[in-house]
Design a protein around this ligand. Structure first.
Ligand SMILES: Nc1ncnc2c1ncn2[C@@H]1O[C@H](COP(=O)(O)OP(=O)(O)OP(=O)(O)O)[C@@H](O)[C@H]1O
Ligand SMILES: [Mg+2]
Length: 567
């Protein structure tokens, strides 16, 4: 019984424990169920609200039913419209995409072009910088070269003028003109023999001339002469001027220069100095092949040289005179301008009007064209005559003088440019050539300084009256021409023999040329005819040339003492 009681007790105890545990669990469940309950209540509430909302919606659905029924037939149409719209939208999107792609491609192209351009610009910029530095470098070297050029120019001037002096301040060139139709007309019967050559004067080489003539009843002539330069009949005006040109450089260096053509009538003096005779007095075309004479070429070269160095501001004044029957006529004087060419004795002359004449008119020229036009105008007034030798024979000696002056400066008291350089005495009673004479002696007035003078002289030709067939006043002209040329030969002879007295005053020509004969760089161009008929005159002319070569002088002079030293 006791055992049974024990078992019962143990069972009861276990059961109690179990129950206790269950109570605890239910308590826990209760506590955890509590929020669930409240949630369930909430949901229940919500379900209620949802139910009422659903009921509301159901009632609204019922309300909309008639609307739905009425719109139902339009729905497929709308659907189709929507579909079309969707397709349109798709197409639009596709085209927008296409445009976008095209724009993008364009932009990319533009961008790459821009990049390339920028790169190019950078390259250009770099190149520009390189060029800039090169330009700077070149500028510096140019300055150096200029400085060196200046130095070399100085040296050149010294050497050039030394060379001209070594060649001789008096140079003699000889030009043989070609045989011309009138030479044949002149030839005498004996010389018309076809076995005899018509030309008897030959250029052996650049410096030697040969006169070889075997005429019946005459002694054989076989003579050679040497000159600084001999031009054959075929040599052009251009070649002749080529040898004259260096003298113009000397002129600009401040030396007086005189170029003088000498020879018998019809042998080419005027052709050489002025060019061929032309009815129209116009400025002929330039160029190496043209017939231009020394005057227009020298005028061109003179102004070219002046323009090379404008800082010197040289002015050119021209005077033109002719020595006719041992009188000097100013061809630029106003009273001559209206006169027409004709017998000179009838033309009004200053010399005839009064004993004392003024200095020759000096007219400023500003270009070679001015210079040539002025000379051409004066040439119309020059005395000319048709002789048996030459249809347009010059009956006077023509002297064209270009005076180069520098800008006015203050002269020292009592000293004028004209004191430094006499312009020669030929115009009787005239004051020494110069511009305005200063008012009071000793006054310091700005005066022009004579830099140098260029004289171009086309002499009248020596002639034998028997050959030229002149009579009357023309014969008188011939006698004056021959006498003045003889006076020139005497002066040159006296100079070559270094005589104490030089007979400059024996003729107006030598008197006028006194300065240049005694002082300037003088180039004598002997013009000779190749014709057998003129052989005696040719020999006389060459003999004079040979004598001129003997003349020895000091240094050629210039416009001012300073200018004598090459600058
Ligand atoms: N080198 C030459 N070439 C071609 N023709 C020439 C040459 N030299 C002269 N003449 C011609 O010969 C002729 C005479 O020449 P120019 O008038 O120059 O002689 P000049 O020596 O001046 O004579 P004058 O003393 O009588 O005035 C002209 O018709 C000229 O054109
Ligand atoms: Mg002449």
């Amino acid at each position: 019984m006791a055992a049974q009681g024990g078992r019962w007790r143990r069972f009861s105890e276990q059961r109690a424990k179990q129950l206790q545990r269950q109570v605890q669990v239910s308590r826990c469940v209760q506590t955890s169920n509590h929020p669930l309950f409240s949630c369930a209540q909430q949901y229940r509430g919500m379900t209620g609200t949802g139910g009422s909302t659903a009921a509301g919606l159901c009632s609204r659905c019922h309300e909309r039913d008639p609307l739905r029924r009425s719109t139902a037939p339009a729905a497929p149409q709308l659907r189709r419209g929507v579909q079309t719209l969707q397709q349109d939208i798709e197409a639009l999107r596709a085209s927008v995409l296409e445009v976008f792609r095209a724009c993008r491609d364009h932009l990319q192209d533009g961008l790459s072009e821009m990049v390339a351009a920028v790169q190019r610009a950078q390259l250009c910029h770099q190149a520009l910088l390189a060029w800039q530095s090169k330009a700077g470098h070149l500028e510096r070297s140019l300055q150096e070269v200029n400085a060196r050029y200046e130095l070399e120019t100085q040296k050149r001037k010294v050497l050039h003028n030394r060379l001209v002096e070594l060649k001789g301040n008096i140079r003699v060139h000889c030009r043989i003109r070609p045989l011309l139709p009138f030479d044949k007309e002149l030839d005498d019967a004996a010389s018309r023999d076809s076995s005899m050559p018509a030309g008897v004067v030959h250029a052996v080489d650049d410096e030697t001339i040969l006169v070889k003539c075997d005429r019946p009843a005459h002694a054989l002539i076989n003579k050679t002469y040497n000159f600084e330069r001999v031009y054959g009949p075929a040599e052009s005006q251009h070649v002749v001027f080529g040898d004259v040109c260096p003298l113009l450089t000397s002129l600009l260096d401040g030396y007086n220069v005189c170029i003088l053509a000498y020879g018998q009538t019809g042998c080419g003096k005027s052709y050489t100095m002025l060019g061929p005779h032309s009815e129209e007095q116009r400025v002929p075309a330039r160029g190496p092949h043209s017939d231009l004479g020394i005057l227009p070429r020298a005028a061109g070269e003179l102004f070219r040289l002046i323009s090379e160095n404008p800082s010197r501001s040289l002015k050119v004044d021209v005077s033109i005179v002719e020595v006719y029957n041992n009188n000097i006529f100013d061809l630029l004087a106003k009273e001559h301008r209206t006169a027409v060419s004709g017998p000179k004795l009838e033309a009004p002359t200053t010399k005839a009007a009064k004993q004392e004449v003024s200095p020759p008119t000096r007219q400023p020229v500003h270009s070679a064209e001015d210079f040539v036009a002025l000379a051409a105008g004066s040439l119309r007034l020059r005395a000319q005559l048709a002789t048996q030798v030459h249809a347009r024979s010059s009956r006077s000696h023509l002297i064209i003088t270009a005076t180069l002056t520098t800008a006015p400066t203050c002269s020292s008291p009592g000293k004028r440019p004209s004191d430094r350089q006499s312009h020669g005495p030929p115009l009787e009673g005239r004051p020494p050539c110069g511009r305005a004479s200063p008012g009071s002696p000793g006054a310091q007035e700005p005066t022009e300084q004579v830099h140098a003078k260029l004289q171009l002289v086309d002499l009248a030709g020596s002639e034998c009256a028997g050959v030229s067939g002149v009579t009357g006043s023309a014969l008188r002209e011939t006698s004056f021409i021959n006498r003045s040329l003889a006076a020139l030969a005497d002066v040159l002879g006296a100079l070559s023999e270094r005589r104490g007295h030089i007979p400059y005053r024996n003729s107006q020509l030598t008197h006028f040329l006194q300065d240049v004969l005694g002082d300037a760089k003088l180039l004598v161009i002997l013009c000779v005819s190749p014709s057998r008929k003129h052989v005696a005159e040719t020999l006389r002319c060459l003999g004079l040339g040979a004598r001129v070569r003997q003349v020895q002088r000091g240094q050629a002079g210039g416009g001012s003492p300073a200018s004598r030293r090459p600058r």
